[in-house]
Write a protein that binds this ligand. Structure first.
Ligand code: ZN
Ligand code: ZN
Length: 319
């Protein structure tokens, strides 16, 4: 893979545009952070991200149909669960165990979220917990402001690199390394499948009023952009708005609205206090859809050893 170790200091790559565009398709050549200006956005590399937002405007041309909206909502739900249950609670925090097959299946669905590969995501997230709300936390809203914590930090050359030393427990899986290196592959495949499905519906069920372009805009672009902004509210808003039940060394908050939007991740102060638990809504009324989903997968025998919230945690809640 020729991925440089995190200890090397490399010069900033400024090669030809074509050479730099190669990084869209092969993320393994991203350089580690020390050599890069941590506040400089790589606009060329960010173009697909910007284009994804602009493509949502296509809705004015393609129109809408019930099947297109249902597809967008379903793909939001399935992919949000893959992000919260697996990219976050499994790959980042090892809050339960599973088989290599199920690990790969959810890594694949996670990769369809266009939030890069599981190793990249987990490595950055572990870094966040280690340095939460200090200058070493790349997306702290209290240090760097709302906009940067929401949608700036991951567009820098520094942040494109995956620090494999942070994910030593998973870096040995070739299939995960592949998803990380070619992180554009699964999103492109999903987009093509959606277009094909829409074209088939147009040909064989024209009364449904959908087309390939409509399924692409709703099922891929709109669903993915909403999914993205919902996910990153946990970086930008859940470290700012809400209540603190536990005295943590950071600004994390519990927020019901964010918990609804992100299937349970809004109980972020709970999570920062005890990140090892598979459950983030610590009390019965703290809605945590991901936890219920994981319980279902456990009942089906697909995951096991879900780590509970220990009794001593409740005793540490602030009165
Ligand atoms: Zn946090
Ligand atoms: Zn976490």
């Amino acid at each position: 893979m020729n991925q440089p170790s995190s200890m090397q200091v490399l010069p900033v790559r400024r090669g030809s545009v074509l050479k730099r565009m190669r990084l869209w398709f092969d993320a393994s050549e991203s350089v580690p952070s020390q050599a890069c200006d941590p506040q400089r956005i790589d606009w060329l590399r960010a173009l697909p991200f910007i284009a994804m937002h602009l493509a949502c405007l296509g809705v004015f041309w393609v129109g809408v149909s019930p099947i297109a909206v249902a597809t967008a909502i379903s793909l939001y739900a399935i992919r949000m669960f893959a992000l919260t249950g697996f990219y976050h609670r499994y790959f980042s925090h090892r809050a339960f165990r599973t088989s290599r097959m199920v690990q790969f299946a959810f890594a694949l669905i996670g990769a369809a979220c266009v939030q890069r590969g599981p190793l990249w995501w987990a490595a950055h997230h572990r870094n966040h917990h280690r340095h939460a709300d200090t200058s070493l936390d790349p997306h702290s809203p209290t240090v760097y402001g709302f906009l940067w914590s929401h949608a700036g930090w991951f567009l820098t050359p520094a942040a494109f690199h995956t620090d494999l030393d942070r994910v030593k427990d998973f870096r040995g899986y070739a299939e995960l390394r592949w998803l990380d290196r070619y992180d554009i592959a699964v999103p492109v495949l999903l987009a093509v499948l959606l277009y094909g499905l829409g074209a088939l519906l147009q040909a064989f069920a024209p009364s449904w009023g959908t087309t390939g372009a409509q399924m692409l805009v709703w099922g891929f672009f709109i669903s993915t952009v909403v999914l993205f902004h919902a996910t990153v509210t946990i970086n930008s808003l859940a470290h700012r708005f809400g209540r603190q039940r536990f005295a943590t060394n950071d600004n994390s908050r519990n927020n019901l609205w964010l918990a609804v939007l992100t299937f349970g991740e809004g109980w972020h102060n709970n999570h920062h206090f005890y990140p090892g638990s598979a459950r983030q809504g610590f009390r019965w009324w703290e809605l945590d859809l991901t936890w219920y989903g994981l319980r279902l997968l456990a009942a089906l025998g697909l995951v096991w050893d879900l780590k509970p919230v220990p009794a001593w945690v409740e005793r540490r809640a602030m009165r």
